[in-house]
Design a protein around this ligand. Structure first.
Ligand code: FE2
Ligand code: FE2
Length: 209
């Protein structure tokens, strides 16, 4: 670091940020000055949350989020069906767990749909082609253990898929990244819950089928 750089950095640290529309762009190497931010925000108001600093292709983001939305809806449907269809010895606790997960997947679907809307897209909840848009599958498990396994597989797919998306969004779209990070944490809890249920129930055939 040369002397000039050191002086500029010290001035930045001590100086107040640009306020009241005064532009102090020089000496602010990382931050856009307030005046420029305000001018940019007033432009293109129809773009809602998508500002000029948006760092990636918004149409691609919407397309990705449509797939996440489909994944979450498929998970809602699968858990909801399992919560009703699970039968047999000690199925009550499992049904309650399935139902709780169904509600949380529904929350994820709503949050992702909101984000698509914020970015100027129209959330695709069309049942036609839903499973082909999704990363997870609806499944056809009939036994309690197979249901648990199916859900564990779906959660593991979601965890891997969402982890990739978080890396993809990185600093290009922090808002979407943070949303996906929050959802990922819940999917990890879900996978852990399904794993614990599998350990508790593995090998017990459903006796009433
Ligand atoms: Fe989810
Ligand atoms: Fe989940």
């Amino acid at each position: 670091m040369d002397n000039n750089t050191r002086t500029t950095t010290a001035e930045n640290r001590n100086g107040s940020p640009a306020q009241g529309g005064a532009s102090k762009a020089n000496g602010q190497p990382f931050l856009t000055d307030v005046q420029t931010l305000r001018e940019r925000a007033r432009q293109h108001l129809s773009q809602g949350a998508v500002t000029p600093s948006y760092g990636t292709d918004v149409n691609r983001t919407i397309e990705i989020l449509q797939s996440v939305l489909a994944t979450e809806i498929v998970c809602v449907l699968r858990y909801s069906m399992h919560a009703v269809a699970a039968t047999g010895i000690s199925s009550e606790g499992v049904k309650a767990e399935f139902l709780e997960h169904a509600k949380e997947e529904q929350e994820h679907a709503s949050q992702v749909a909101e984000r698509i809307n914020q970015l100027g897209g129209r959330p695709n909840m069309n049942p036609e082609g839903l499973e082909t848009r999704a990363a997870s599958q609806y499944g056809d498990a009939e036994t309690l253990v197979d249901m648990i396994k199916e859900n564990l597989i779906a959660e593991r797919i979601a965890i891997e898929h969402y982890s990739e998306l978080i890396r993809y969004f990185g600093d290009k779209d922090p808002g979407t990244r943070v949303l996906m990070e929050r959802i990922l944490l819940v999917e990890e809890e879900h996978a852990n819950d399904m794993h614990d249920l599998l350990v508790a129930h593995e090998g017990k055939p459903m006796l009433d089928r």
